[in-house]
Design a protein around this ligand. Structure first.
Ligand SMILES: [Zn+2]
Length: 82
């Protein structure tokens, strides 16, 4: 059975991914990402991060291929992971 998620919910539908937990990734954080992820976010014009699971994704939302990786995820650990 599928749930309905409100607009702006974490794309991974994590248990704590309310829209209020989705934050814009600022340049200070962006420059600590791997080059590939940083370049993709900059080319797209922005990225967001779910502060609950750590997922970083392109914003405005892309239907396909918008997930870049995880940053300081409570589940996956500090730093970058995919
Ligand atoms: Zn999430």
């Amino acid at each position: 059975m599928s749930r309905n998620y409100p607009p702006g919910y974490c794309p991974d539908h994590c248990s704590g991914g309310q829209p209020s937990r989705q934050m814009a990734v600022h340049d200070e954080v962006l420059k600590r990402f791997p080059e590939e992820a940083r370049a993709e976010a900059q080319a797209h014009g922005g990225a967001r991060r779910c502060t609950y699971c750590g997922l970083v994704y392109l914003h405005p939302i892309k239907q396909l291929g918008g997930r870049l990786g995880f940053w300081n995820s409570g589940v996956r650990g500090e730093g970058w992971s995919k």
